[in-house]
Design a protein around this ligand. Structure first.
Ligand code: NAG
Ligand code: NAG
Length: 329
């Protein structure tokens, strides 16, 4: 099974390049400079529509148990759920919020195949999207007797950089590998959202790599400095709303988040309180920076397994805290 998985890559790449040719126009249009950034050439509000809808998919875990029937069937089901939600909600942007794949179940150097399956529903619909890394996306293979590979065979994990290069090659991807100075963390970037006429930035989405897998689980002081510098440069008077996304909740969430089985109050809905929170290993102050910034309106982190969750504003003052759902600006 694994061997045939490795051989499939050529077919998948051809499909990717055919799509690149087909979708170039979608992202076209003139660019203007607003708040020191090029806008209007990328993501923007639709004409005559007062809202901008962001769909968040976290913990999709494509490629999990790739060697048995259950794993691939789960992936088929995940694609069906994504397709249903995207067709019904018609979001303007999709955030793939980490753990797109279960790399610890993938012994071949071909995780991009599963990555491509994960983001496929957005790519197929030409919906702009961005991806951030979770702790499983470049995790080392954990040998399993059913995996089809011998315990001593050489294994090749696909690195964060390789996955991101692949993601960035997809036609509607707005992902970026971020500043090299922040390596080994990779998915640190921002995406401005412009007004429908493309003349103003009306919101900025920030994406941070909360680590895990090949690296420690935390948002470093360097990442915080990058966020602070970038945010003050492009939004010095904090007049533009900011949405921040990363995969692993900070330790701060375990103190203020809802405990398992505690009731949640309106307007919160969903299953945000179903399970306890598994936070980052250490906290270097990103929460202090965000809570201190009045322009940060939404913070999205990873989901809880098996649940469709919700947004709640009661965790951190005025910040709207989201896990795995749809948000509307
Ligand atoms: C996939 O979805 C079908 C139909 O809802 C369900 O019966 C099945 O259990 C699901 N498979 C897995 C592996 O979750
Ligand atoms: C919070 O804001 C105050 C006033 O703007 C500033 O002095 C302080 O350094 C900020 N704290 C953090 C953690 O950014």
């Amino acid at each position: 099974m694994m061997r045939s998985g490795c051989r499939m890559s050529l077919v998948m790449w051809i499909r990717v390049w055919v799509m690149v040719a087909a979708v170039v126009d979608v992202l076209g249009g003139g660019c203007l400079i607003a708040a020191g950034m090029e806008v209007g050439c990328g993501v923007r509000f639709k004409d005559e529509v007062a809202s901008f809808k962001v769909a968040i998919f976290a913990d999709l875990h494509y490629g999990e148990n790739a060697w048995d029937e259950w794993g691939p069937r789960q992936d088929v089901n995940s694609t069906a759920v994504q397709s249903f939600l995207l067709d019904h909600e018609r979001p303007d942007f999709v955030v793939y919020l980490g753990d797109l794949i279960t790399a610890n179940n993938l012994p071949c150097h071909d995780a991009v195949l599963h990555w491509f399956q994960a983001v496929g529903p957005a790519v197929d619909r030409k919906i702009p999207f961005a991806s951030v890394f979770g702790n499983h996306d470049d995790a080392s293979f954990e040998w399993d007797p059913h995996s089809g590979v011998g315990p001593d065979e050489p294994l090749q994990t696909t690195s964060r950089t390789e996955l991101m290069d692949f993601d960035m090659s997809l036609p509607s991807s707005y992902s970026s590998s971020g500043p090299k100075t922040l390596l080994p963390s990779v998915s640190n970037f921002f995406v401005p959202i412009a007004s429908s006429d493309g003349t103003r930035i009306v919101a900025i989405m920030y994406f941070l790599d909360s680590g895990g897998g090949s690296m420690a689980e935390f948002i470093s002081a360097d990442q915080i400095a990058w966020f602070t510098t970038t945010a003050s440069k492009f939004n010095s008077d904090a007049s533009i709303p900011e949405l921040v996304f990363w995969h692993i909740p900070s330790i701060a969430y375990t103190r203020s988040g809802p405990k398992p089985n505690q009731p949640i109050e309106a307007p919160c809905v969903g299953s945000i309180n179903d399970e306890s929170i598994a936070p980052q290993e250490t906290e270097w102050g990103i929460m202090n920076v965000l809570t201190n910034r009045s322009s940060v309106k939404v913070l999205g982190t990873n989901s809880i397994f098996w649940s469709i969750s919700c947004c709640c504003s009661y965790l951190f003052g005025s910040i709207f805290f989201c896990r795995c759902s749809c948000i509307q600006l």
